[in-house]
Write a protein that binds this ligand. Structure first.
Ligand code: G4P
Ligand code: NA
Ligand code: NA
Length: 194
């Protein structure tokens, strides 16, 4: 998505060869027009399929899941994060290990909001190690729902997230795929500029 790539070049802060800060327009302060365009783009990419629900994880996936759900005319659900292991019986849950933060947490979705008739599109802001998204995939499977794909706003293609998800049989589409970066320079995976 050209508009997004240009914005990343303009306003993204590359902290190291691994970490990109997009706080000023994506995940702290949010450019709402850009978020809506991102939602329309995901709807264009995945909208040929009969999606019934969009699923994300709190916190910074929410604005993009909402924009996508609006464009598709369906509800969205955000999985909740909890440190405690005490989960009620009425939830689907998965365990996620964050390599960045060196901690494991639980994510959960009420059983009221996903069932075997659902056709789910997962949306998130970053695809890095893929651990959080893999947890969402587990939840969709546990619910017996059908997973139609996963859309990520920014993919760090030099990390293992995409291959992890593809091994799980997930169709992945990212709007900006970073091949490599270093302070002052960023390279996108070429075929994404089409
Ligand atoms: P994952 O998201 O691919 O599963 O893996 P990882 O454990 O590596 O990521 C931990 C958190 O850091 C995630 O947010 C992820 O979105 C975020 N993240 C990963 N790489 C970057 C990056 O280069 N820049 C920024 N800004 N964030 C990155 P989270 O724990 O789910 O938290 P939240 O922010 O959604 O609340
Ligand atoms: Na996130
Ligand atoms: Na994040």
């Amino acid at each position: 998505m050209k508009l997004l790539q240009e914005r990343i070049r303009q306003d993204g802060l590359i902290l190291s060869d691994k970490v990109l800060k997009v706080d000023s327009f994506l995940n702290h302060q949010v450019d709402t027009q850009l978020a809506l365009e991102i939602g329309k783009e995901f709807a264009r990419i995945f909208g040929d399929q009969p999606i019934t629900k969009v699923l994300t994880i709190e916190a910074s996936g929410i604005q993009f899941a909402m924009a996508t759900a609006i464009a598709l005319g369906v509800p969205f659900i955000y999985a909740k994060k909890k440190k405690a292991v005490t989960l009620s019986e009425n939830v689907f849950s998965a365990s996620v290990h964050s390599f960045t933060r060196q901690e494991t947490y639980q994510i959960s979705v009420s059983q009221k909001y996903l069932d075997p008739s659902d056709k789910v599109l997962i949306i998130d802001d970053f695809l890095a190690t893929g651990a959080a998204l893999a947890g969402l995939v587990d939840i969709v499977k546990e619910a017996g729902a059908e997973l139609l794909g996963a859309g990520c706003v920014i993919e760090k293609s030099f990390q293992e997230g995409r291959s992890l998800l593809e091994k799980m049989g997930v169709r992945v589409h990212s709007l900006a795929r970073i091949a490599s970066m270093a302070p002052g320079e960023i390279h996108f995976v070429e075929d994404d500029i089409l």
